[in-house]
Design a protein around this ligand. Structure first.
Ligand code: BDR
Ligand code: CA
Length: 317
């Protein structure tokens, strides 16, 4: 049976790859895609999601726009990594994909409530929509299987010396999610900063010349260059797609169980995911944390996904 997911995202290069991987997979059924402000403003991440769905010809996937800003803070975006559009580096079509006339938070609540099977939530942006859904309708928890999120880290960071971007942007929402009592999986920078598509692999993809690959290759090249210029990371860390990949083939990462809380008040540590690695709090682990990644396996999953979408759109399958 397919795992039913709602993908809550802020496209974003790696969010786009997460959508593509989920849409190409036989193991997952996408009940809907919801967008949130993060990598860019709410209008841009929403339009980018529409463009991606237009490109991959999946206008059938329900799409709902969500929060334009964090629960109590001002929005911070990441143009230094994703450009002014949020998806700089190639032309995407559209945006032609239709969308629902309801807020993402209400879509999440209604979809979870009415699903005959438990739903897996897969947030790959700031946790505003998910946090708000859990606050507004805590009863949905009984029909959520788990929350598998991209965000945070035990030892790594990218926004401040202590925090990862998604958690930093909306730490109050993140705390709501980590402490909600449901099984939470954190796919954070400890693994995603090592989940690299090389410049050579991006060029190889461009060379395939298919409808998807000819867009993905240049976008990954842009993303790799931004990461090289800004962080000195040699390749494109496809953070959000690794999160989806753990649902398709869990062998792509190795997990440890830790108690994880989120710092919301620290002067230097806002948005830090504080993991009790040594069990010093005595608190029961609330989180499965991805700590090691098999990047060779992950890249083969990603290359296969792009090939599969190319073939599907060429009418070969
Ligand atoms: C996360 O922040 C965003 O820029 C990416 O899309 C990813 O979700 C990585 O820290
Ligand atoms: Ca993201």
């Amino acid at each position: 049976m397919k795992t039913k997911i709602i993908l809550d995202c802020d496209p974003g290069h790696d969010d786009m790859m997460a959508i593509m991987l989920a849409a190409s997979s036989d193991e997952l059924e996408i009940l809907g895609i919801t967008t949130v402000a993060g990598n860019q403003t709410g209008d841009k991440t929403f339009e980018n999601a529409r463009r991606v769905l237009t490109l991959i010809e999946r206008k059938d996937i329900p799409l709902a726009r969500g929060a334009d800003k964090p629960i109590i803070r001002e929005l911070i975006t990441a143009p230094q990594i994703h450009g002014t559009s949020g998806l700089d580096g190639a032309e995407l079509p559209g945006p032609d994909a239709p969308y629902l006339d309801c807020h993402a938070v209400d879509f999440i609540i209604d979809t979870v409530k009415t699903s005959p099977e438990k739903v897996t939530l897969v947030p790959t942006g700031p946790l505003t929509n998910i946090g708000l859904a859990l606050i507004k309708a805590p009863e949905i928890k009984k029909n959520i299987k788990e929350i598998v999120l991209m965000g945070g880290a035990v030892y790594d960071s990218n926004m401040t010396p202590g925090a990862e971007f998604n958690i930093f942007v909306d730490p109050e929402a993140a705390r709501e999610v980590f402490l909600c009592g449901l099984p939470v999986t954190m796919v954070g920078l400890d693994v995603t900063n090592k989940s690299l598509m090389s410049f050579a692999q991006a060029e190889e993809i461009s060379g395939w010349g298919g409808k998807i690959s000819s867009v993905v290759g240049p976008l990954m090249r842009f993303f790799a260059q931004a990461n090289l210029d800004y962080f000195g990371i040699n390749g494109a860390p496809i953070h959000d797609a690794l999160t989806v990949a753990t649902l398709i083939n869990p062998a792509v990462v190795e997990f440890e169980n830790y108690f994880v809380d989120v710092e919301t008040r620290g002067e230097l540590t806002r948005g830090q995911t504080v993991a009790d690695v040594y069990g010093v709090t005595g608190k029961k682990p609330n989180c499965r944390v991805a700590m090691r990644v098999n990047n060779r396996l992950f890249m083969s999953i990603m290359m296969d996904a792009v090939k599969k979408l190319d073939a599907r759109l060429a009418g070969a399958v």
